[in-house]
Design a protein around this ligand. Structure first.
Ligand SMILES: [Fe+2]
Length: 336
C-alpha cells in the first residue's frame, strides 16, 4: 500500500503565529514528509485577515495551499490577491460564483438581461473585482465575491512500491491529484449558502472536469470547514464520510481531541486549533478580551504578546492516506 501524508495547520494568528510557523513548519515537514500542507491564514495579518506579505510568509514557511474563513475579507487590498492565481482559498459557499458560477447585479442595469434570465451563460463579472465593483453608487456594477473556494492540484511523487511515498522532483512522471476545498458554516455565523450542497456541486463539477485523471488515480480530497458550531462540523464530517480523505474544522482556535477515522474512511477533527501565542484568549490579548466580556463593548482586539517562544504553538493534524484509494488510514494531532 502506498501511503501519503497531509498536514493541515490551524488558523495562524498575527505575527506570533507567523513567526512560530516559520520556525516549526519546516521541522514538521522534515519529520513527516507530507505530500501536501494546508495552512489556514485568515488571522495572519495582525489577527484579522490576510495581506499579500503575510500570505507570502505562509507559503515561504512551507504551505502548499492557504485556506481562510470569514475574516478573509478584512483587508480590502487583499481582495485582488484572491484573484491573482495564488493557491489561496476563501470559503466556496459565499453566494456568487459558485461552481458553474454566476454573478448578479447589485443594482440591475436599465437594460440587458438580469442574471436570472441567463443562468447558463456562465460567470459574469466586473473585470478585476476592484474595490469599486460592488459600490451601490455604480448602477451597472455587478455584485461578485472575489477569489475561489477550491482548487485541484497535482504533486509529483517518487516511485515507492510500498510504505510512505515521498515527494518527488517530477522525474518519475507519477503524480497524486488533490482537491482542496474551503467551506464555511452557517450556524452562529453569516447566513451564506449551504456548505453541504455547495460541496456536492464542487465534487460534481471537478469530477466532470478531470474524469480521466480521476479514473486513473483517485483524487485525495481535503476539506477545511471554517465553522463555529461543533454539531454542524460533525454533521458535515459524516455527510462527506467516504467521499473525501480529510475533513478538518477551523475557526474556534481551540484544538479538539476528537480526531478519528469515520466509518466510511474519512479522517475527521472538529477543530485544528490555532498557530500563535497560547498565553491569551484564542490568540488575542487576554486583558482586552476580559474587558469586552465584562463591559460588552467591542474594544478592538489585539494579538496576545508571548513572553517567549515557549508561549507559542503550531497546532493541526497529520493524516495518513492511501494514495491509491484516497481512504484515510490515520490522523493524529500536532501541537508543537
Ligand atoms: Fe480564525
Amino acid at each position: 500500500m502506498a501511503v501519503i501524508r497531509v498536514i493541515m495547520i490551524g488558523d495562524v494568528v498575527g505575527d506570533p503565529g507567523l513567526e512560530v510557523l516559520e520556525k516549526r513548519l519546516p521541522v514538521l515537514r522534515a519529520e513527516y514528509r507530507p505530500l501536501l500542507v494546508t495552512v489556514n491564514g485568515e488571522n495572519a495579518a495582525g489577527g484579522f485577515g490576510l495581506t499579500e506579505e503575510s500570505l507570502n510568509r505562509i507559503f515561504a514557511a512551507g504551505a502548499d495551499v492557504v485556506t481562510s474563513g470569514n475574516h478573509v475579507w478584512e483587508k480590502r487590498e487583499f481582495w485582488p490577491v484572491l484573484e491573482s492565481g495564488k493557491a489561496v482559498l476563501r470559503p466556496a459557499n459565499y453566494p456568487d460564483r459558485l461552481p458553474g458560477g454566476f454573478s448578479f447585479p447589485a443594482n440591475p442595469p436599465e437594460s440587458g438581461p438580469a442574471a436570472d434570465d441567463s443562468p447558463e451563460s456562465g460567470p459574469v463579472s466586473v473585470s478585476g473585482n476592484g474595490p469599486s465593483a460592488n459600490s451601490p453608487s455604480e448602477p451597472a456594477a455587478l455584485l461578485t465575491v472575489p477569489g475561489r473556494g477550491w482548487l485541484a492540484l497535482e504533486k509529483p511523487v517518487s516511485e515507492s512500491p510500498a510504505g510512505t511515498i515521498p515527494a518527488g522532483d517530477g522525474s518519475t512522471g507519477k503524480r497524486i491529484p488533490f482537491l482542496v476545498i474551503n467551506l464555511q458554516g452557517r450556524k452562529r455565523m453569516t447566513a451564506i449558502d449551504c456548505p453541504f450542497r455547495c460541496f456536492d456541486r464542487i465534487l460534481a463539477e471537478s469530477a466532470g472536469r478531470d474524469k480521466e485523471a480521476a479514473a486513473e488515480n483517485p483524487r485525495v480530497v481535503i476539506v477545511d470547514f471554517h465553522a463555529e458550531s461543533t454539531d454542524e462540523k460533525e454533521a458535515l464530517g459524516y455527510y462527506l464520510d467516504g467521499r473525501v480523505s480529510v475533513v478538518a474544522g477551523t475557526h474556534t482556535h481551540v484544538q479538539t481531541a476528537d480526531e478519528r477515522i469515520l466509518p466510511g474512511g474519512t479522517a475527521y477533527i472538529t477543530d485544528l486549533g490555532m498557530t500563535g501565542a497560547m498565553n491569551g484568549v484564542i490568540g488575542m490579548d487576554a486583558g482586552i478580551c476580559i474587558n469586552r466580556a465584562k463591559s460588552q463593548i467591542a474594544y478592538r482586539m489585539e494579538c496576545a504578546r508571548p513572553d517567549s517562544e515557549q508561549d507559542c504553538a503550531v497546532q493541526g493534524v497529520v493524516a495518513e492516506i492511501d494514495g491509491e484509494t484516497g481512504r484515510a488510514l490515520g490522523i493524529r494531532r500536532i501541537n508543537v
